[in-house]
Ligand binder design. Sequence first.
Ligand code: PHE
Ligand code: ZN
Length: 858
Amino acid sequence: MTADTPSNKQFLADYRPWPFELRQTALEFDLAPSATRVTAVLDLAPRETAADLVLDGGKGLQLLRLAIDGAAPDPAHVRRDEETLTIAAAALPQAAFRLETEVEIDPSANTAFEGLYLSGGMFCTQCEAEGFRHITFYPDRPDVMTTFRVAIRSELPVLLSNGNPVRQQPGLAEWHDPWPKPSYLFALVAGDLVAISDRFTTRSGREVALNVWVRPGDQDRAGFALESLVKSMRWDEDVYGREYDLDVFNIVAVDDFNMGAMENKGLNIFNSKLVLASPETATDADYERIESVIAHEYFHNWTGNRITCRDWFQLCLKEGLTVFRDQQFTSDMRSAAVKRISDVQALRARQFREDQGPLAHPPRPDQYEEINNFYTATVYEKGAEVIGMLKTLVGDEGYRAALDLYFDRHDGDAATIEDWLKVFEDATGRDLAQFKRWYTDAGTPRLTMREDWVEEAEGGTLVLDFAQETPPTPGQPVKPPRVIPIAVGLIGPNGDEIAPTRVLEMTDARQGFRFEGLGARPVVSALRGFSAPVMLERVIDDATRAFLLAHDTDPFARWEAGRDLALSALTGLAQGQAGGDGYVEAIGRLIADEGADPAFRALCLNLPGEEEIATRLAAQGVTPDPDAIHAARGDLARRLAEAHEALLAGIYDRMVVPGDYSPDAAAAARRALRIAALGLLSRIDGGDRAEVLFGTAGNMTERMAALTCLIRRGRGQTALRILEEQFGDNRLVMDKWFTIQPMVAPPADAVEIARRLAKRPDFEWQNPNRFRALLGGLAGNHAGFHRADGAGYDFTADWLMRMDGANPQIAARMSTAFETWPRYDAGRREKALAALRRMAAMEGISRNLREMVSRMIA
Ligand code: PHE
Ligand code: ZN
């Protein structure tokens, strides 16, 4: 492996506070596309004697001036290397002093979109996690917090930064952020932008100006984002008692953005796909995601900004908590049951997958080489699950008390997971030493449940015996038992609930729980609400699953019973066994039930994806065969459609949503059920309904669903052309267009389709959304990406290597397409490994991609 990028291994155990105090920061920007000047004035004071002043800042900073208390230090005391600037203690005053630097940087050459860069003629920044060091020399670490004063000089009309505006005049803007913050929350935007605006009065009476800034012409697609912001602000006051703390709140949409969005203080910067939406261009899923990400970034104002992280090992302190909060918000805005089920689906698809392979790591890792590689499903989604378990264990009141204490005790702090657990211990009196393993240990526990029924004179006793075991993960061979909250209810033989939900607290490797005085043997509804992120294994037959699908009072457990039926059928079919009749029958009863919630019926009608089937097989120790899985799924879908054609057709015809489009939960649920029916029907109607729908639907949700069916039937060409003619100049729609083709194509064609699309002039590969659209589309075609001849691996590796030269974060992130390689057959493993090795051997490979591929190869 080439070692031209220096190793940068960081360890949690090595944490030391910074030896200086930073009292305030003043920045001045003279913006010019290829030569921006940045002056930084840092008021510092030593906290230790004889400490050298080490500032982060790499080769991209051209140092023009350096002064300490107005005078240039002796050059003999100043040292620069690849990543830092060091001023020896000998050149520093013993007491408070002022450091001034002036640097020149080149935003136009910044293709990594980290630091200050240009996106479609507009200047913007991305500083989390370590982007600020590409702007100026600075202690770029989250535990150094201070107030910022920022002056921006530019002829561009809109000049924004954090905090409150101090002065706005042509060519100059000044901002002051009174809340101490770390550098990763700094932001600057300058461009030709327009805003749609509103006002919000906080409950203590602060008047806040709200703006969503977009490019001229996009205003009519920004309204939903603005409404979502107002809802978020109100919700955080109502539910967490958290108020906003500045006079303005700005959101800016940019087209080139590595992630979803960023919570910079008072100036959130968003990937435009998470701001812009209209019925013609965005799907129901897009609307829901916009609402939740707007909320997520807003909620960071307290969980992330007012209380930040001591170091990047603590990332899940802000992310797990903020995801948990945005999940609660969406549950309150929409349907709690549907939200929980979709969150679990996403957790399994991304986090369980991560936990099962070579990239497994704990929610709080204790080492990393490149922190950008740890913005993962484990840190975010599992981090949120861990908080959900805490809340289950301490109860709603305990949770509220702990959170109040957290905000009270740690406002203004850079905190740790230990601080977080301590507020729960202090507020509730509970010992959380064992619970902490959820933060420090990787891997998904396997929970096995055995039932013992003891018939007695007066009824009987049910004993539930649980065993937990967590398979080894990289660097963690042995896993001690964890506390697992297992929510259980009992259903009587007639379908009535006889024991409401009770939370069993499992703390040992094996543990039994008794339910006494039961009349007749009940059916156990286990892990209700998915009360812990574990894989539950139990001996259960299809009839019992169908019974739970019909009668369980817990919506998650009820859905899970159906899911389990589907997965047991599909894993069997994929291994050449017969099966699935029980599932087909049970679904028939469910969809005939007109009284059932359309959203719930839609969720049950969607078959598990191929990736999920593969994950289930792998967890059972079976090598997944992608082609067999693809065939099995297609087969079961066809059988469902044939068995229930009339019912499905009835649903399709009736679930039309009358009137103007609205993205609300009820309307979206009807559309979801309608297109779930369409998806099945199109397996047997040749795609005729889909063709009509594509031509007549006024909303993108139904059009994309129709297009999916048409492509699957091999008759998507016309519709694709129409979409391109209509929306060729709309990036967000064209991203969908780029994704859907390789994703839905027959597996044998997917790579060729991706190859052809990659040659188009509008495959602007340096745009992260466009790159993700195409490569992610291919990776989303399970059997296509894992083609037996390795063509999917090679095509992907070629593009990752090319991307790595421009944007290492995106290359590293997309390399996770390979993370499941060890579970496949020897032929595929060999080809995937060859592709990984080829990447590892690339000259000039980034630290980001190198860390990812070496973890995957190890
Ligand atoms: N902190 C952002 C969020 O979760 C994610 C992000 C990380 C954005 C790094 C950009 C860069 O809300
Ligand atoms: Zn976040």
